[in-house]
Design a protein around this ligand. Structure first.
Ligand SMILES: Nc1ncnc2c1ncn2[C@@H]1O[C@H](COP(=O)(O)OP(=O)(O)O)[C@@H](O)[C@H]1O
Ligand SMILES: [Mg+2]
Length: 281
């Protein structure tokens, strides 16, 4: 296994005790520094796969190697030093009486000395503009802020890899972009980020690569542009490309070369198109 591989699933399957085959022979490799969107229709197996990356669930068959550890052979605590997992529902994660204690919980569990805990918690609170909530009970915060606290409480463990399950559900568009900008910044600093979302606009604008799940299988694993412009495959996976991508693809017959993934890109395409048109007049 090459040193820059952080996640490698080999013939990974997971069958829940009720007989549901949630993962069916998954093979994926994720490398250090990637920014990956894990997408798919409800029930396609995204959360089950995410929980295998942090060892909360173990393979029924096959294996998954995470930061060179076979998840069946190491504890969740050992994996937590490398992989941070932010739950789909922040309320499943928050358990302390104040925001400060919540952020300190993870590093304390890892045995971090108390002066370092204080340093990292204060730093992350400052970074996220959450200082004013330091003594507030997490459950008194809005859902958007609870989610940020959940994300921060993972970041205080300084994980190299971050898996975030539906970080923007229940957030408005501005808050969604805020969360995505934070993930982008963490990725730019060198962390590997895997995020799950239903918001295809965010996938288009942030992910470098899309792993599309369907019925417990990897249905497509491609760079974002390729994945989101294959409308037929997306339809089969019951996913819709961003509206601007559909619109720009419809304009192909009047000279648009490539479907746009974002509104900004669309605007650039329009400018180029008009420049060309006037040049030829
Ligand atoms: N704890 C569980 N026990 C039994 N079946 C489950 C459990 N969690 C999820 N499933 C089933 O496994 C399949 C995949 O679920 P999940 O991984 O949550 O999908 P997604 O996150 O893509 O919506 C679904 O059919 C779901 O009903
Ligand atoms: Mg899910």
């Amino acid at each position: 296994m090459s040193s820059d591989v952080v996640v490698e699933a080999k013939n990974l399957s997971h069958v829940y005790s009720n007989g549901i085959v949630a993962l069916n022979n998954i093979n994926i490799t994720i490398r250090r520094g990637e920014f990956v969107a894990l997408i798919g229709h409800n029930g396609s197996g995204k959360t089950t796969l995410a929980k295998h990356i942090n060892g909360l669930l173990k393979p029924t068959s096959g294996q998954i190697i995470v930061h060179r550890m076979d998840t069946r052979e190491v504890s969740v605590a050992d994996l937590a030093k490398k992989v941070g997992y932010v739950f789909q529902n922040p309320d499943h994660q928050l358990c302390m009486k104040t925001v400060w204690e919540e952020l300190a919980f993870g590093p304390r569990n890892l045995g971090t000395p108390e002066d370092e805990v204080k340093q990292v918690v204060d730093e992350i609170l400052r970074l996220f503009g959450l200082e004013r909530y330091r003594d507030v009970h997490p459950f008194l915060l809005s859902r958007a802020d609870r989610l940020r606290v959940a994300l921060c409480s993972v970041l205080t463990m300084r994980p190299e890899t971050l898996v975030v399950d539906e970080p923007t559900t229940g957030q408005d568009m501005r808050q969604s972009y805020e969360v995505m900008e934070i993930l982008k910044k963490l990725n730019k600093e060198g962390r590997t980020v895997v995020f799950i979302t239903h918001n295809m606009r965010l996938v288009a604008e942030y992910a470098e690569r899309c792993i599309i799940m369907k019925d417990g299988k990897v249905f497509m694993d491609k760079p974002t542009r390729e994945a989101l412009t294959d409308f037929e495959k997306l339809r089969q996976a019951q996913l819709k490309p961003p509206q601007v991508t559909i619109l720009s693809a419809r304009l192909a017959n009047i000279g648009f070369h490539e479907p746009a993934l974002s509104v900004n890109e669309f605007v650039e395409n329009v400018k180029a198109f008009l420049n060309n048109k006037y040049k030829s007049l």
